[in-house]
Design a protein around this ligand. Sequence first.
Ligand code: HEM
Length: 451
Amino acid sequence: MPWVPCDPSLPPVNTRRPQITSATAPPAALQSHELGSTDETIAVLRRTFDELGDPFRIHVPSRGASTWVASHPDDVKHVLVTNHRNYTKGVGIDRVRLLLGNGIMTSEGEFWRRQRRMMQPAFHRRVVERFAAIVREENESLGAGWSDAARGTGDVNVTLSVSRLALRVILRALFDDDLAQLVPDLDRNPFAAILQDARRDTRFAYQFRQLARDVRALVAVRRGRQQERFDLLQLLLEARDADTGEVMSDAEVVDEVMTLVVAGHETTASTLNWTWLLLATHPDVAMRVADEQRAVGDLGHASYADLIRLPYTRQVVDESMRLYPPGWLLTRRSIGPDTLGGHAVLPGTDVFISPYLVHRHPRHWRLPETFDPGHFDPPQVEARHAFAYIPFAAGPRHCIGQNFSLYEILLHFNFAVRRFRLTDPQPVQPPLEARINLRTVSDVHMRIQQR
Ligand code: HEM
């Protein structure tokens, strides 16, 4: 049954679906589509959701099978949390594995569990805030460029600036002073291929794996010397399995490092980019953010707990990730039989959850298509289904870098909004590029003024 948008004058609903179990599969789209591999996928998902409601099925020719797409928060909770053991990451991750080897993003089962347990402490809030100086210095460096732009052409490529910022922050957090050895000239940074090559094809994957060789050489150097370092690489090298006391092999460390570069860079950059774009097109919201930032002042080397002093900016960032979740498609495959939305799921079924659709579900969002940070006013959050908002996914495989990215993002706005005003974005409504992450197809330029 198609969904009817909810009345915006009513409070958001916390709809639970009546449980009717049926042997039949969910309704199927009339046209087949290579789900997940093309930029049209978002349009196809939206259209099919409007026609069929949720869950629905789409026939995927290359797999010769139907993929289910589930968007009801009850189903999200079921697949990602309650019955997560019945699902592997499935088909979407095969392409990513080319890039990331057997790192934590792509591995499964007992090996994944062990890696996750070993890596989790490196992303604790108390650890993340130890990267404050790096975040600050990289914002200063971005700020110097933006000041020049404000005095000069008055134009800045926001997409490129925030992409550089996010890449440098994660690289420095990973390698500390060894970054200079790994990358002697940051203007010819080999990792910059990540910035430039948007095609994510196999050639890119090949180049990327070459970089892994350099990281491997650095790992060997680190193993051979005693040091008092603090960076993510060192935390990975020293992490021990709580049961066996084992450390990771060099190859495992390399795969995890490459995973963190990719997972930690583009997602954060994309959120910064979309948020600046939304601020530039919503001056009333931008003004409120600027007021909050001025009132709070310079958070500088803030602790994680200090971020609570930026509640409105946080709502804006949350709303930006609602409309444009960088991780827009979570792919899963069932291992054994299951029941979803009342339908029987056979083993081996691809089940996709798109945060993009979930975040625009008309039963759960007052104004699904409108940028309104009020969606995250505390009473609205409380009234809403907890699984209607999943920018970092949910359950055991939720984003390990959530604290890291929120810390970086909020400190960036604390730094930049008090110094700069960005307006007149070009293009105003950039088309979406929905590949591994949800990005703007082209870079967004804005008019920049110093405050
Ligand atoms: C705004 C920024 C970010 C967003 C929106 C985001 C989103 C996500 C999502 C949706 C997933 C789940 C993917 C799936 O289940 O298929 C994920 C997983 C992951 N993210 Fe992030 N992420 C962000 C930043 C980061 C950062 C900064 C790091 C590391 C420094 C990171 C590292 C990871 C890793 C390693 C995983 C895999 C975890 C596992 O499978 O155990 N992410 N992220």
